[in-house]
Design a protein around this ligand. Structure first.
Ligand code: ADP
Ligand code: MG
Length: 815
């Protein structure tokens, strides 16, 4: 409305003037038509007005479209009178709107679209959306990604080429030239202070001539370079500038520590800076403080107003390094708020689970448990025993189990899960084992089937392929309760399968997280105990965020007698050396895997590479032995035949796509060569490597990678190298995961589409790990004293938490 007022003033002036003294100036006012039209169009483009105002503005424009062509003075007078009436009406509309605004409560900042903020409008709003900013609140939380210190002003006489500097002076001359080649302009602005003069040169920005006219006081910031005549002739190319006003206003773009924002085409950091500044002026007071005072005092955190203001425009004594690293008090306060909201959401979700009473009674000591112990060819490790005891306790308790088992590759999670499933089956319930892919489901089925049948239970594999008739038969078994243990993908629950009596859901996530939520099970009407297995050693900070509402058990020891696998990294040029090592193992009578990458997006090409690779190896390097091939597209019987032959030692070398990732257990396999290792995730490679080193012999893992050596290696290349070296240097999954996380950051680490890792604006899971712990303690303590955050002083916190996490974390039940 402020903007409307200034436009009305602009329009009223010439119209009143032309009408004054009985239209005495009617013919002296020129170009009234284009002027009115321009103002109206601009006003409508900038802001969305109420429909009535808009109609009036358009009517106004209509009156003047051909005004300058009208020769009849009486007609001109009629038009002016009409215009005055409209202007009169509009200015009253403004007053009404203002009095309305004065009584209505201020709108919450997260409800105000950024489009309606000063200087934005629909076009820029679309650009802001690209940057993830839709509301005024999001704009205030759109933090600079770095800062530039433009606060120290250097006298021009002391400038040195090759340094960035800020100067302050007066434009002495401003000279615009056009080069012969069309479309090229050069603006040469000479700025002087008492110590000297400096050329500031702008290419192709002719419009700056109007701003940087002679006599204008300006500040400039840019890289100083020597001009044509050397030292005495210094220049800055396209420096950042700021025209200094009459009053001693603090400048925005120079003469201070300046925030630099991520840009998008059409919206520069400079423009964002101006908009953010005006948002701060207008809306800072409208930000709600969500952190309770006592908590803020305990952690010495500034208020939300101070933090938001400082993070954009840091006050005078600022530490630029701390700013760039995002660890100023302002940054820390914002990060703490983000962590606290997340942990509160997790704490409340956990509570809501704990408040449930399960309608199931499990007998943790069913005879099936001891019979499995007799059947197994090994004894459980101490770590396995401990975790199994925790599970048995959970299952016997009246509250639902919601537990995560975390443990390195090969530590034996499957067998622990099998025990849990037997507890369910022995108590008269069904158990489901769900894995991320069809191939993994098959692997589990093949390894577990024998044991399960030996215990007198029925196991079924629910697949999405195969004949519809076979699928229907499996479903019927599940619905009738004849199938005790059901193995399938995570889609198993969604596919409309009805269990007769689902008592336990085991979710084997391998190196993917959070694919299946407990909520999904509840939505389908099941209330089973839930056990999540994760083979990926998640760093503690991440486990807390991703699985913050689960109880965690860790299997922290491997079965005895394992010798750590030795790992080498080879470049393409060293391929022959790698083959030699494989051949050495063959000669010693051992077996090996050659693994090709396979991803969904390029499945066809990847598959072809594996098939051709196998053919080539059989024809050349490994002529003398049989080379087998195993991939996901083969028929199950064919796969089983190949695996059986490999197990018996008839096939010394198995070329495979990533199907062998799990389940394969061949102690005589002592070497694994991985093609295009750079295409695998570290966790996945670590998992693959777990397929060798299962016997009593020393085993080897050979990583072949391209683009990791030699000159001209791009950032990607060196990053790939760093990652793979983490694998060479360690066999500890936790160390590897920490390293992967450090190099790639949480987004990449988890894969882009995983919900698991929340997007933070100020917080950083790695940098702020300690703070996350503090926030977690505060959150859980808070929920303990005020389980529903019902106290008045917790209302803003509760509202902010729900806004941020309700849908993402399925908090439906806690609100
Ligand atoms: P992961 O935890 O990676 O899923 P698995 O459950 O596949 O590991 O187990 C890896 C291998 O170790 C399997 O062959 C399994 O039979 C074997 N195993 C599991 N527990 C023991 C144990 N206590 N002693 C010896 N071998 C074991
Ligand atoms: Mg496993």
């Amino acid at each position: 409305m402020e903007r409307l007022q200034s436009i009305l003033q602009l329009l009223t002036r010439p119209i009143e003037f032309a009408s004054r003294d009985a239209y005495a100036h009617l013919s002296t006012v020129k170009d009234l038509g284009p002027f009115v039209s321009r103002q109206v169009v601009q006003a409508l483009a900038e802001t969305v007005y109420p429909a009535r105002v808009e109609t009036d503005l358009l009517a106004l424009r209509q009156l003047f479209t051909d005004y300058d062509q009208v020769r009849d003075l009486a007609e001109r007078k009629r038009r002016l009178a009409g215009a005055r009436a409209i202007l009169d009406r509009l200015s009253h509309a403004r007053e009404r709107a203002e009095s309305l605004a004065a009584t209505a409560p201020p709108a919450a900042l997260w409800t105000i679209p950024i489009q309606y903020a000063k200087g934005v409008g629909p076009k820029r709003a679309a650009l802001f959306q690209k940057l993830g900013v839709r509301t005024v609140e999001e704009a205030l939380w759109f933090l600079p990604w770095r800062y530039e210190d433009r606060s120290v002003v250097t006298p021009i006489g002391q400038l040195a080429p090759g340094t960035r500097a800020t100067i302050c002076g007066t434009v002495q001359s401003s000279d615009l030239t056009r080069t012969r080649r069309r479309h090229m302009t050069i603006l040469d602005v000479i700025v002087e202070d008492t110590t000297g003069g400096l050329h500031c040169v702008y290419f192709n920005q002719p419009y700056l001539e109007k701003l940087l006219k002679a006599g204008t006081r300006v500040m400039m910031n840019g890289m100083v370079s020597a001009g044509r005549k050397g030292w005495t002739d210094l220049r800055m190319d396209a420096p950042q500038f700021e025209v200094l006003g009459e009053e001693a206003e603090t400048p925005l773009h120079v003469g201070r520590i300046v925030p630099i924002y991520h840009e998008t085409r059409g919206l520069t950091s400079r423009q964002i800076r101006v908009i953010v500044k005006s948002l701060l002026d207008q809306y800072l007071g409208g930000l709600t403080e969500v952190l309770p005072d006592a908590l803020r005092a305990r952690h010495r955190l500034p208020t939300i107003q101070t933090a938001i203001a400082d993070v954009h425009f840091p006050g005078a004594p600022a530490n630029r390094e701390a700013l760039d690293r995002g660890i100023t008090p302002a940054h820390r306060r914002l990060a703490f708020e983000e962590f606290l909201l997340l942990e509160l959401a997790l704490a409340m979700r956990q509570r809501s689970v704990k408040e449930e009473i399960k309608g199931i009674r499990f007998n943790p000591r069913t005879p099936l448990v001891s019979r499995l112990t007799e059947l197994l060819p090994f004894r459980l490790t101490g770590a396995q025993e401990r975790v199994l005891a925790e599970i048995q306790r959970d299952m016997a308790a009246p509250r639902p189990m919601n537990r995560l088992i975390q443990g390195d590759v090969g530590c034996g999670k499957t067998v622990v899960a099998l025990y849990a499933m037997l507890v369910a089956c022995g108590s008269g319930y069904q158990a489901a084992l769900m894995v991320p892919t069809e191939i993994l489901a098959e692997q589990h089925y093949l390894t577990l089937r024998g044991l399960i049948h030996a215990l007198g239970l029925q196991a079924v594999l629910l697949r999405s392929g195969g004949s519809p008739k076979a699928r229907a038969a499996v479903r019927a078994q599940i619905e009738a309760g004849q199938a005790h243990i059901v193995i399938g993908t995570h889609a198993l629950i969604q596919k409309g399968v009805r269990f007769a009596q689902l008592g336990l859901a085991v979710i084997d996530e391998q190196h993917k997280f959070g694919v299946l939520q407990r909520k999904t099970l509840l939505d389908k009407g099941y209330h089973p105990d839930v056990l999540v297995l994760t083979a990926t050693p998640i760093p503690r900070t991440l486990a807390m965020t991703v699985y913050g509402d689960l109880d965690v058990s860790v299997i922290d020891a491997l079965p005895p007698g394992r010798i750590p696998v030795r790992t080498w990294l080879f470049s393409e040029a060293q391929r022959r050396r790698a083959y030699q090592l494989v051949q050495d193992e063959m000669r010693a009578g051992r077996q090996g895997y050659i693994v090709y990458p396979l991803v969904e997006e390029s499945e066809k090409v990847d598959l072809q590479a594996a098939i051709q690779g196998a053919e080539r190896l059989q024809a050349q390097e490994f002529r003398s032995v049989r080379v087998g091939l195993l991939h996901g597209r083969m028929k199950t019987e064919e796969k089983e035949r190949t695996m059986a032959a490999f197990k018996k030692g008839e096939i010394p070398i198995l070329v495979a796509t990533t199907v062998i990732e799990v389940g394969v257990d061949i102690p005589n396999a002592t070497v694994m060569l991985v093609e295009h290792a750079e295409r695998f995730g570290l966790a996945q490679l670590h998992q693959l490597r777990g397929r060798v080193g299962r016997g009593t012999q020393q085993s080897y893992c050979l990583l072949l990678a391209s683009g990791i050596r030699g000159k001209g290696v791009g950032e990607k290349g060196s990053e790939a190298r760093q990652r793979l070296e983490a694998l060479v240097n360690s066999t500890d999954g936790f160390v590897i995961a920490e390293e992967d996380l450090r190099i790639r950051g949480p987004g990449e680490f988890f894969g882009v589409r995983q919900w698991g890792v929340p997007e933070f604006r100020a917080a950083n899971l790695i940098r702020d790990a300690a703070m996350l712990e503090q926030a977690r303690q505060e959150a859980f303590a808070l929920v303990k004293t005020d389980p529903h955050l019902a106290q008045p002083s917790h209302q803003p916190l509760r509202a902010a938490m729900l806004r941020r996490w309700q849908t993402k974390l399925d908090l439906g039940s806690v609100s």
